[in-house]
Write a protein that binds this ligand. Structure first.
Ligand SMILES: [Mn+2]
Length: 386
């Protein structure tokens, strides 16, 4: 909250309306994802409906809980802001402003707005729906000015604290255990859906509260689709099977991918593609340390894949950060020139996808340390033939 207040002061904002469920969770502890936070220097409130009011009081005891009842969010926010900033006598005695004060004489008033002034209210323009935005425009008083927050609140979540890192590490550990479990069970004749269910069932029954995204289990030709949905396709000998999965542990996500060969005899091309992806992944991991530029790490992996002749078959970015949400900033991508610092988590997941043939992806999740990175994934990465 101190970082929030500093941000409000720096950008001269009187209030913030937060609509992003992950940001609200991060700041308050409330994990319900239905509601909005309204923050001023005097009050911090979570607005929600009666289904969630008890959860707010349990998870976010430092916040006042406001039931929006039949008003809806925009009307309720307007009422609270008008009560706080535009009371019937509209001046701040402590700052010696008089009711007749002109705008220029009361720049120092932090909370009370003098006659004729407007207040600046930050809102999450990158997250809000057009419908919700229009309700704000319709319901908020003319004296309330909306200011886009862009990615300012999301950026507060970039560097993870030690307790956050331990939750992410635990989520990743559950993934490791799930992979070890399925690797002994998978056999030709099973379907992709069955493999996905085994992974999910294992994670849910070993401490995960949910999945961080829809599990991918893609075999044979389907493995050339980077975000394939598991099907009833039978897994056959000679197939690559790509499994990309993650779970949520105490609110925090994990993410890992392993590709295994079904059967004992990979083709030369399968070996070459697999070894190329692995070489790219290991080289990129070596570069991760404080001060490293995200786009340069991506380039290292991309160049290795291109030098082996597969440059056209690696379309997506090399990685992304992971926290309360599965895809956070910064990204390891050609477009992201952010600098890594300790406490940033990032996935490293190069892939080669040859349409109509097969695909391979290998993904670990690491956290940047003072002198390099700590790999939170421990599952083996040499080509497993099972
Ligand atoms: Mn990922």
């Amino acid at each position: 909250m101190d970082r929030i207040y500093n941000l409000m002061k720096k950008f001269r904002m009187n209030a913030l309306i937060l609509t992003d469920g992950y940001n609200i969770h991060y700041l308050s502890g409330y994990s319900g994802h239905t509601g909005m936070a309204l923050i001023t220097l005097k009050h911090k409130r979570i607005l929600t409906d009666s289904r969630y009011t008890e959860q707010v009081s349990l998870e976010a005891p430092d916040f006042e809980c406001v039931d929006i009842k039949s008003d809806g969010y925009a009307k309720c926010i307007n009422r609270l802001l008008v009560e706080e900033f535009f009371p019937s006598i509209n001046y701040d005695a402590d700052n010696n402003c008089t009711p007749d004060a002109v705008e220029s004489s009361c720049k120092t008033c932090a909370n009370t707005v003098c006659k004729g002034n407007t207040i600046r209210v930050g809102f999450e323009n990158e997250e809000i729906s057009y419908k919700q935005f229009k309700q704000f425009l319709d319901e908020l008083d003319d004296k309330i000015g909306l200011m886009p927050l862009d990615d300012k609140i999301n950026n507060l979540r970039r560097v993870k604290s030690e307790p956050e890192i331990e939750k992410i590490a635990m989520a990743e550990h559950i993934g490791d255990m799930a992979f070890a479990y399925v690797r002994d069970i998978i056999k030709p004749g099973m379907t992709e859906v069955e493999v996905a269910l085994l992974l999910e069932n294992y994670m849910r029954s070993h401490g995960a509260s949910g999945l961080s995204f829809d599990t991918i289990a893609a075999s044979g030709k389907n493995s050339s689709l980077p975000h394939a949905v598991p099907t009833d396709k039978i897994i056959e000998e000679g197939d690559f099977l790509t499994m990309d999965f993650g779970c949520v542990y105490q609110g925090y996500c994990s993410d890992m991918t392993r590709t295994v060969l079904i059967g004992k005899e990979p083709s030369e091309k399968q070996i070459h593609v697999y070894e190329t992806v692995l070489k790219a992944q290991l080289a990129a991991l070596k570069l991760i340390k404080p001060g490293a530029v995200c786009s340069e790490i991506d380039k290292c992996a991309r160049d290795i894949i291109a030098s082996e002749g597969y440059g056209d078959y690696f379309g997506h970015g090399l990685g992304h950060s992971v926290g309360l949400f599965i895809h956070e900033e910064p990204r390891l991508s050609p477009k992201c020139h952010d600098i890594l610092e300790p406490g940033i988590t990032v996935t490293v997941e190069p892939g080669i996808y040859i349409p109509g043939e097969f695909g391979v992806r290998i993904e670990d999740l690491v956290v940047v340390t003072e002198d390099g990175c700590r790999n939170l994934a421990a599952s083996p990465k040499e080509l497993l033939c099972i």
